[in-house]
Design a binder for this molecule. Sequence first.
Ligand code: CAA
Length: 261
Amino acid sequence: MELINVKYKVKDFTAYVTINRPKALNALNIDVIAELKTVFEHIEADDGVTGVILTGEGEKAFVAGADIAQMKDMTALESRAMAAAAHKVMNSIEECSKPVIAAINGFALGGGCELAMACDIRIASETARMGQPEVNLGIIPGFGGTQRLPRLVGKGMAKYLILTAGMIDAAEAYRIGLVQKVAAPSELIAECEKVLAAINQKGPFAVKLAKKAINNGLEADQKSALNNEIELFSLTFATDEQEEGMAAFLEKRAADFKSKK
Ligand code: CAA
């Protein structure tokens, strides 16, 4: 994998993906989007990765948005191609079979907020600032913000944030449910690792199916979504994980899912 704008390392089964354009506050240009695509394809195929932490290089920004300098002179067709490529990446993160945690270490604006929202769980540093400021630039959110933000915080709050282009701090992001935890800057990555470690204790197939049931269900009508849940729930009964999890409970011991893989 040849990467210039994204750093990638794997340690203890966790993939650390870091957007690496700190001079431009890690703004997403076409190259970053292409590299993220490569990285998440790699993660999906790598059995040596069980979870992902996505963050931005430096202390100031997670990602301050799509690259305004690159977009400034784009034609409508060029902007469409950029948005379509970004949507593919966001979808691949949302649908990744492994849990993905956004470690929001500073500004997460526009495309940055959208990238964080494609992750399963968002943990923000106390210094984080989030928002969808696109209308300031005469455009609208284009990497998923008009859809993922209302699904996370509700229609009214999403409209409030998008139409006013307001920027909120970590405490407010937590209050409205946009992030699930807030950590001191020095504790941010450790906090993400703790959450991943907790998830890794669980049955990996069950975790995968739970994510799928939530993702699939939110895009369907409730009746189909509930039917889908029945199918995925019953599928877990065809696994060693279910046998081990229930036997462990009844035998009053910790479940050992690892040896059942
Ligand atoms: N694109 C390109 N460059 C960016 C950028 C972006 N989104 N955000 C910051 N930068 C660059 C700045 O131009 C500046 O570069 P130079 O040093 O070469 O001048 C550098 O990063 C540092 O930024 P600032 O000097 O502006 O830093 P600051 O501390 O004064 O302000 C900030 C920080 C409030 C985040 C401010 O940079 C800002 O408002 N950035 C733009 C935020 C934004 O509008 N994001 C939405 C983009 S559009 C989008 O994302 C559309 C979509 O949905 C896909």
